[in-house]
Ligand binder design. Structure first.
Ligand code: FPP
Length: 232
């Protein structure tokens, strides 16, 4: 029996390299990357993955050339407006995490409308990390707790103030394009996740490769600090 991760997180890397290898502009890599998102969201839904978190734009990505930032924002706006009806129909709740205040007002509006319209979705949650940094998220959480007068924190208290509050931690992290780093993604939440790395660039990532990652996850024994005997 294959064990299906309840929550998969993905660092979608390699859009730029995919485009360069084909002599195409980086924006084309991102456009193809957005198509992969559509395929993988529906593949996860079909496999009963309950939560999928995608790293779409990091805090550091603001430093990219302004044309590229603009192209990514346009893609995101287009994705949200064109996919909203399908998300509703497929009972997929949408959530955004990160420092959303930094996003352009029109993108924030689309995000808000998509979150509101899909709220009732109980089949899957699609979480998109935008203007996101793991350390920054932890700082925002701790500052908000301090602002509420909390004097001493525990992991459980910090969790209530994270952007991901209410969502179980990822069981499996996938990173594409041959890099072996976390790049400030979900630092708190990935504490016990299994990690899967592939050389495939994100635009070439397929449902078959998702299955290979899930199979690899299934074969691993998660011990959470216990011994083999304690797990028997
Ligand atoms: C990494 O490739 C990818 C990104 C920084 C952006 C991911 C965005 C999308 C897939 C599309 C837009 C998002 C949505 C939600 C519609 P890279 O540019 O870092 O690749 P490189 O390392 O090869 O240069």
């Amino acid at each position: 029996m294959k064990q299906i991760p309840r929550h998969i997180a993905i660092i979608m890397d390699g859009n730029g390299r995919w485009a360069r290898e084909r002599g195409q502009p980086r924006a084309e890599g991102h456009r193809r990357g957005a198509e992969t998102i559509e395929n993988i969201v529906s593949a996860c839904r079909d496999r009963n993955v309950r939560h999928l978190t995608l790293y779409a734009f990091s805090e550091e990505n603001w430093r990219r050339p302004s044309e590229e930032v603009l192209a990514l924002m346009q893609l995101l706006r287009h994705f949200l407006s064109s996919k909203r009806a399908e998300l509703i129909e497929k009972k997929t709740a949408f959530r955004a995490i990160g420092d959303l205040e930094r996003l352009p007002a029109d993108v924030r509006q689309e995000l808000w409308e998509t979150c509101e319209a899909t709220k009732g979705g109980d089949r899957m949650t699609l979480i998109v990390a935008l203007s996101y940094g793991g350390r920054q998220e932890i700082c925002r959480a701790v500052n908000s707790l301090a602002g509420r007068g909390v004097k001493e924190v525990t992991p459980e208290i910090i969790e209530t103030a994270l952007d991901t509050s209410g969502i179980p931690d990822p069981d499996l992290l996938i990173r594409t394009s041959g890099e072996y780093r976390l790049s400030n993604f979900l630092l708190w939440q990935l504490a016990y996740a299994e990690l899967y790395f592939t050389e495939t660039h994100w635009p070439d990532f397929t449902a078959e490769e998702l299955d290979r990652a899930i199979e690899s996850f299934s074969r691993r024994q998660r011990r959470f600090g216990l011994t083999d005997d304690q797990l028997k």
